[in-house]
Design a binder for this molecule. Structure first.
Ligand code: BJW
Length: 229
């Protein structure tokens, strides 16, 4: 690990699976129970906001009391101990990286603990009774409140910062993501193109597995501490 200077780590739902949170595309995953077009698109939200609020309220309840696992902790320890730069780009909307102590963290798909006012872009803590009629405290206009998450067809957050990190990294590690969702699924190609070493740590080969130079397959709580320690 000491030969590297700048590490970018992409994480996905598989990282939090052993903490007890569902993944999306595994056979008992979230998309086996919900149609993503209803709960994870702006069109679905416009059609039936109550369904979307219920979906994210349930996700928040599922996340209550959930603790970071050994893989989250190993990544936080890496950031503390590594002499160079470590940035974690997570697709996860849970708060488990922060809870483990990671600081240099980008939530590219948002955070379930937050609400976003679509009218003035103000962010506020999510409240359980969030509804389409609730007024945003910043602009006092009812009707704009939504979960602060990135749905299909929307632009992920902090892409400029992510592109800058990818353009100068020498090690790219992807953990617990199926490689189905872009632009995150394209980061490995960007890192590889500038000559970075690329590693996949996942339960099974992802969609983009052939793009990685190195693979370690197994549960995140085993393979991540073993790789980064
Ligand atoms: C374990 C494990 C254990 C299990 N240990 N591993 C080409 C280019 C650009 C865009 C597109 C494109 N083609 C299509 C698009 C559009 C679209 C897209 O990608 N569609 C695909 C389905 C084809 N993308 C978008 O719309 C994105 N926006 C966008 O593209 O804007 C325009 C743009 C263009 C060009 C450049 C830049 C921008 C937005 C995507 C938003 C995704 N939103 C969601 C839901 C919201 C958040 C939430 O509610 O949580 O985000 S969808 C869902 O998928 C969620 C996740 O963050 C995301 C990724 O899922 P993830 O994390 O990979 O989970 P799984 O379940 O798929 O995989 C888990 C993996 O873990 C599996 O491999 C398991 O084996 C493994 N695992 N247990 C280790 N214990």
């Amino acid at each position: 690990m000491t030969v590297y200077q700048r590490i970018v780590i992409l994480t996905g739902a598989g990282l939090s699976a052993e903490s007890g949170l569902s993944t999306f595309r595994d056979k008992d995953g979230i998309w086996a129970r919900y149609d993503y077009r209803d709960v994870a698109t702006p069109e679905g939200f416009a059609r039936n906001p109550s369904l979307v609020y219920d979906f994210y309220n349930q996700r928040r309840r599922d996340g209550m009391g959930v603790q970071p696992n050994a893989a989250h902790r190993a990544l936080a320890k890496l950031e503390d101990a590594f002499p160079g730069d470590v940035v974690i780009v997570t697709q996860n909307i849970d708060g488990l990286h922060e809870a483990a102590g990671s600081r240099n963290l980008i939530h590219m798909h948002g955070q379930m603990a937050q609400a976003l006012c679509a009218l003035c872009n103000a962010r506020s803590p999510w409240v359980e009774d969030l509804s389409a009629d609730l007024a945003c405290s910043a602009c006092a206009t009812p009707g704009g409140m939504r979960p602060d998450v990135v749905w299909f067809g929307e632009m992920p957050y902090d892409l400029d910062r992510i592109a800058a990190a990818l353009s100068s990294c020498d090690l790219f590690i992807s953990i617990g993501t199926s490689g189905n969702v872009y632009p995150a699924a394209g980061f490995v190609a960007a890192a590889r193109d500038i000559g970075a070493h690329t590693v996949e740590l996942n339960l099974e080969p992802s969609e983009g597995a052939s793009l990685f130079a190195e693979h370690v397959h197994g549960p995140a709580t085993e393979v991540v501490p073993a790789y980064v320690d």
